[in-house]
Every structure is written in structure tokens, then in C-alpha cells.
Write a protein that binds this ligand. Structure first.
Ligand code: NAD
Length: 254
């Protein structure tokens, strides 16, 4: 049946909040067995109450820990069908702030962000590839960003470089894994209302500023990503690999 994910075994990283949480809850509601990984213990406690999502503690920057989580999923569930490499962070530093300029940005923050947003994704994709190659099936979905497809005055150098990096990681891995029928794609969200800016209610001025960067004139709600997540997780996308799918309210148009 089209869009069927019932019985699929799915790992979502960064499942404790925002986009990852919505994806985990959506696939669980559609009958998938979902393992929701996050490094934040409090948020893991919250997803524990979500039917069908099994919480697991994981810092994706730790390659060995990612391998262990994937190995234990395969031991417990016998397979791994879908992986959303979604965990990510953002730090301030858009181009209009002094710490955002090329000659001044902080290198410690640069390395911290790349450890999660690039290395964390690499760790997750390579760990996922092993069981998927053995199965000769699987779908890997990376959360990139419109900020990986063009320059963006509102975000940091580290963020645009990291997201551009994972976009080409997706293409290279799709080419590599195609002979095992393992598909690799990316979603590229525009600005969405999540906790990535630090959590708590979003400041209306900040929301208006991000909304003005989008043709539709507002930030996205994470539920507006559910359709694409279900498409890429299911066999409805069986002939789609190596591509990046924006969900951005037309942000790339302007
Ligand atoms: P969020 O902060 O609401 O959720 C991210 C989750 O990832 C959090 O629960 C956090 O604890 C977890 N996480 C962070 N680092 C981790 C690590 N090292 N290991 C494990 N878990 C970790 O943010 P979000 O907006 O839902 O972000 C999800 C993804 O979407 C990120 O990759 C982000 O870059 C991307 N994205 C977000 C937007 C947006 O506007 N919100 C736009 C484009 C892309």
C-alpha cells in the first residue's frame, strides 16, 4: 500500500524536540517501530510517553555511541529500515552580528557545530549503511536546510558550511549505496518553529523576521513536514535517491 510504514524499524536522531519529534511521532502513529534518539535526558523523558516511540540516549557526535545504538536496534528488532539523521544545533552569529563575520567568528563554536551537524550526520549515515547493505534495502533521510543551498544572512558560517556539506554527503552516499538498493535523500527545511533557537516561546519579533524571509510570509509548523517524511520513509519514494527536497514556504524563491 502506498505510504505504508507499518512494521518498519525506524531510527530518528534528535527525536526529543522539534522536527525530529514530529517525524518520530508521525511514523509511530502510522505503525512503525520508532527508536527516538536524543542527547537531552529531559526531552527523552517526554517522548517516553509517546506511544510507539522508544527513547534512547545518544550524542551523535560520538561515533562509537552511534554504532552501539544501531547495533542494538538490529539485535532487538532484526533490521533497520529507515534512518532520519536529523539531530542538529544552531548557534547565533548571522552576518549582521560582529561574531558572525568571517574574520571574527569564534572557532570553538565552529568546531562544536560541525561536530554535531556534519560529523554527527556522517556517523549516523555510515552506521545505518551497514545493516541496510546486508538487507539490500533501506532509506536514509538527512535533515539539511535551505541554508545549505545558498548563502543566508541570518545564520552562521558554521551552519551554512555544515548544511552544504551534508547535502553533498547525501549525493555521494546515494551513489555509493545505490547498488544495495539503499536510498539516501535530504529534506531542506526553511525556517520552522522549533526549539533550535534556545527553546521557550519564540519572540514575535524574531518570528516576524524569519517569516519575512519566506514567500508565504510565515515560519513553518513541524507538522507541515509530515507528508515528506512519510513519503521518504515509505516505498512511495522507491525511485527517489540522491535528492534534496526543500519544504520552505518559498524561501528559496526570494
Ligand atoms: P530542536 O532544537 O527543536 O531539536 C533538535 C533536537 O536534537 C533536540 O532535542 C536536541 O537535544 C537534539 N540534539 C542536538 N544535538 C544532538 C546530539 N549531538 N546528539 C543527539 N541529539 C542532539 O531543533 P529542530 O529545529 O527540530 O532541528 C532539527 C534539525 O532540523 C537540525 O538538523 C536543524 O539544523 C534542522 N533545521 C531546522 C530548521 C528550523 O528552522 N527549525 C531549519 C532547517 C533545518
Amino acid at each position: 500500500e502506498i505510504f505504508d510504514v507499518a512494521g518498519s524499524v525506524v531510527l530518528v536522531t534528535g527525536a526529543g524536540s522539534g522536527i525530529g519529534r514530529t517525524i518520530a511521532e508521525t511514523l509511530a502513529a502510522c505503525g512503525a517501530t520508532v527508536i527516538g534518539a536524543d542527547r537531552d535526558e529531559d526531552r527523552l523523558g517526554e517522548i517516553k510517553d509517546t506511544q510507539g516511540v522508544e527513547p534512547v540516549h545518544l550524542d551523535v557526535a560520538d561515533a562509537g555511541a552511534v554504532d552501539n545504538v544501531v547495533n542494538s536496534i538490529v539485535e532487538n528488532h532484526g533490521r533497520l529500515d529507515v534512518v532520519f539523521a536529523n539531530a542538529g544545533i544552531a548557534r547565533g552569529g548571522g552576518l549582521t552580528t560582529p561574531q558572525g563575520t568571517i574574520d571574527a567568528f569564534d572557532l570553538t563554536a565552529w568546531h562544536e557545530l560541525l561536530d554535531v551537524n556534519v560529523h554527527g550526520v556522517v556517523h549516523t549515515v555510515r552506521a545505518a549503511a551497514r545493516p541496510m547493505k546486508r538487507q539490500a534495502s533501506g532509506s536514509i533521510v538527512v535533515t539539511a536546510s535551505t541554508a545549505g543551498l545558498r548563502a543566508d544572512p541570518l545564520v552562521s558560517y558554521s551552519y551554512v558550511v555544515a548544511k552544504a556539506g551534508v547535502v553533498n554527503l547525501v549525493r555521494q552516499a546515494a551513489l555509493d549505496l545505490a547498488r544495495w538498493q539503499v536510498r539516501v535523500n535530504a529534506i531542506a527545511p526553511g525556517p520552522f518553529k522549533t526549539n533550535i533557537g534556545g527553546g521557550g516561546p519564540i519572540d514575535p519579533a524574531v518570528e516576524a523576521r524569519w517569516g519575512s524571509t519566506v514567500a508565504l510570509g510565515r515560519m513553518g509548523e513541524t507538522r507541515e513536514l509530515r507528508g515528506l517524511a512519510l513519503l521518504l520513509a515509505s516505498n512511495a519514494s522507491s525511485f527517489m535517491t540522491g535528492c534534496v527536497y526543500p519544504v520552505d514556504g518559498g524561501a528559496l524563491l526570494q
